[in-house]
Design a protein around this ligand. Structure first.
Ligand code: NAI
Ligand code: MG
Length: 338
């Protein structure tokens, strides 16, 4: 039996993860759920933001669904970000952020792109220092890190074409960088990408500077398939892209490594609306669908996506998509449409 670790976290994580679990349970696949704890709330009463027991549960299950956690705006001794800790503990180097049109007027149509973001290095390597009045951040790009993330992008591109046939023009990977300025770091990233591309003669490769990419995502996002880039660029471009389909409330993601995979909505703990029962559960539900794809339940994943689309078409929309439906009403709608 497949076990799924559920980590609600803080804020709206406590609302959207139970919603996604309810949809998963309704599929009747006999999935088993293991509840684990992490977050600022857990830290304040236990002194640990992500206990070893949670890491052990994720290791045992191999897959987890993670809500979001709150980070205090000032440094609190002993607190570490649970999602960063998970990415590090399990070397979850590939962050997959699909951007697919939803059938509502809040979403642009004809979009089906996938942003593949490097998840462990770049400007997030944690190498920042203050030297007198000069602050310096080191941007770490490695041959190993670049090669493996670009390989994930090409594999995904191949799989997407095989899986759905939605692209009659074939698979295209766009490698996004700023090698004209960051000649050494992005020079290496680009060199690795060109080398990997040689192994995939069936997948076309393009490259684009990150500023041009930011513009093209607004102007003609429907012309892109898989986009692969370094950590910070991927973080920014994927938030930008989520706005094309309705915003943070609907955007799903996966953090994938060799030993484990953690699926999470792109949004945070949304303290401004937490506890009101109005959070949009779609990002969490679509993250659960990505989890099903990952464990070889692609049929069930598609059923979930169709049920989400049907619910939107019926006009059962949460507040962030312009409707009045509560978290419960949207969830009940999706379960009813399975
Ligand atoms: P946020 O994503 O929590 O909220 C941004 C805006 O989007 C807010 O107006 C919020 O109400 C709205 N929103 C987010 N999720 C929504 C949903 N499911 N339904 C409807 N509206 C939704 O980002 P923000 O405000 O920058 O951060 C809040 C907290 O979340 C911070 O403590 C931050 O550190 C944390 N955070 C955690 C993440 C994680 O655990 N992976 C990721 C991003 C932020
Ligand atoms: Mg972000």
């Amino acid at each position: 039996m497949t076990k799924i670790c559920l980590i609600n976290g803080d804020g709206v994580g406590k609302e959207v993860i139970p919603a996604a679990a309810e949809v998963l349970a309704a599929l009747g696949l006999g999935l088993e759920f293991v509840e684990a704890y992490a977050g600022f709330g857990h830290f304040t009463h236990s002194g640990d933001a992500i206990p070893d027991a949670t890491l052990a549960d994720v290791a045992a299950c191999g897959v987890a669904l993670f809500g979001a956690t709150s980070s205090p705006s000032t440094k609190v001794a002993g607190y570490r970000s649970p999602i960063l800790a998970l990415r590090k503990a399990f070397d979850l180097y590939a962050n997959l952020r699909p951007v697919q049109s939803l059938p509502g007027s809040f979403s642009r149509q004809d979009l089906n792109l996938l942003i593949v973001r490097e998840n462990t290095e770049g400007l997030y390597a944690g190498r920042e220092r203050l030297d007198g009045d000069t602050a310096i951040a080191e941007r770490v790009i490695t041959r190993r890190g670049s090669t493996r993330i670009v390989r994930v992008a090409f594999e995904q591109a191949r799989k997407r074409v095989r899986g759905s046939g939605f692209r009659d023009r074939g698979a295209v990977v766009t490698v996004v960088h700023k090698a004209n300025v960051l000649k050494v770091t992005d020079g290496l990233f680009r060199e690795c990408a060109l080398a990997v591309a040689k192994d995939y003669p069936d997948v076309a490769m393009k490259e684009m500077l990150v500023d041009a990419m930011a513009m093209r995502l607004v102007r003609d996002p429907e012309n892109f398939d898989v986009i692969v880039t370094t950590n910070l660029f991927g973080d920014i471009l994927s938030d930008e892209a989520s706005a094309l389909i309705g915003g943070l409330g609907v955007a799903p993601s996966a953090n994938v490594g060799e030993k484990a995979a953690v699926f999470e909505p792109v949004h945070g703990s949304a303290p401004d609306i937490a506890g009101q029962g109005v959070a949009n559960p779609i990002g969490a539900i679509l993250s659960a669908a990505m989890l099903l794809d990952h464990i070889g339940q692609g049929e069930a994943a598609q059923r979930m996506r169709r049920a989400v689309n049907a619910t939107i078409e019926q006009g059962v929309l949460p507040r962030d998509l312009g409707g009045m439906a509560t978290t419960r009403e949207v969830t009940r709608g999706v379960v009813g449409n399975l």
